[in-house]
Ligand binder design. Structure first.
Ligand SMILES: Nc1ncnc2c1ncn2[C@@H]1O[C@H](COP(=O)(O)OP(=O)(O)OP(=O)(O)O)[C@@H](O)[C@H]1O
Ligand SMILES: C[C@H](N)[C@H](N)CCCCCC(=O)O
Ligand SMILES: [Mg+2]
Length: 209
């Protein structure tokens, strides 16, 4: 079963763009269990990550379990919306392949008791960590890797997003021992064709079989 969780060293790091690229590269379905900062229902509410992925790839989208209006951590957005998230009851869509995008970074709370990494470990699904390439990424990425491993997450590898920085990438690989899956440059314009071409140039679908 080729299912992968996409997490990141933080919010706004490039998880959705990479997830869209991977979804297209391996012909996967896409699922964003919890979407915050968006209103609306259905599989791809306007402004959601799922809407972006569908627009970029046409992939099959599985409904989010919660779409919460406040652009905050899921635990807090849920509290403010009067919603109780119960991650222990969530079941993974039986799609193969499937790309699952987390919310924000590796330790973002789904509830005040269950952090994102705890959920990923519970699922036992390999996790791809999206990381930046510039100044600051060494500590951010090494910290995220330690957090994931410390909570029993299967780390599939690191996908970098940003301009090339060979020594940062090599240093992170050496420090963490994690597999470097590839590097997606910043695309301008960010179009479906540009993303498809960039993913094919930078990543090997056999690494996600
Ligand atoms: N490779 C890229 N080329 C061009 N723009 C990018 C790229 N990756 C990310 N961006 C831009 O950076 C911003 C953040 O990216 P993205 O939405 O993928 O982050 P994220 O990690 O999914 O955020 P969130 O935690 O909210 O889910 C967006 O405006 C996106 O268009
Ligand atoms: C609103 C944002 N775009 C994401 N959906 C949620 C990010 C949560 C970050 C929480 C934190 O690390 O402080
Ligand atoms: Mg996203």
């Amino acid at each position: 079963m080729a299912q992968f969780v996409i997490t990141g060293t933080g919010t706004d790091i490039g998880k959705t763009v990479f997830a869209a690229g991977l979804t297209g590269l391996i012909g996967a379905d896409y699922w964003k269990p919890v979407q915050t900062g968006v209103t609306g229902d259905g599989p791809a509410p306007q402004g959601s990550d799922a809407a972006f992925v569908r627009a970029m790839t046409g992939a099959r989208i599985h409904d989010s379990l919660a779409v919460l209006p406040e652009p905050l951590s899921p635990h807090r957005a849920a509290e403010l919306a009067g919603v109780t998230l119960e991650p222990e009851t969530w079941t993974i869509p039986q799609a193969d392949p499937l790309v699952i995008e987390g919310a924000g970074g590796v330790l973002v709370p789904m509830t005040r008791k269950i952090l994102s990494a705890d959920l990923f470990a519970r699922w036992g699904i390999p996790v791809v960590l999206v990381a930046a390439t510039g100044l600051g990424t060494i500590s951010h990425t090494a910290t995220a890797v330690e957090s994931l491993r410390g909570r029993g997450v299967i780390l599939h590898g690191i996908a970098f997003v940003g301009e090339d920085n060979p020594d940062n990438i090599a240093t992170i690989a050496e420090l963490t021992g994690a597999r470097v899956l590839g590097r997606l440059p910043r695309l301008d314009p960010l179009t479906p064709d540009a993303l498809r071409a960039a993913m094919r140039a930078a990543f090997d679908p056999r690494d996600f079989a």
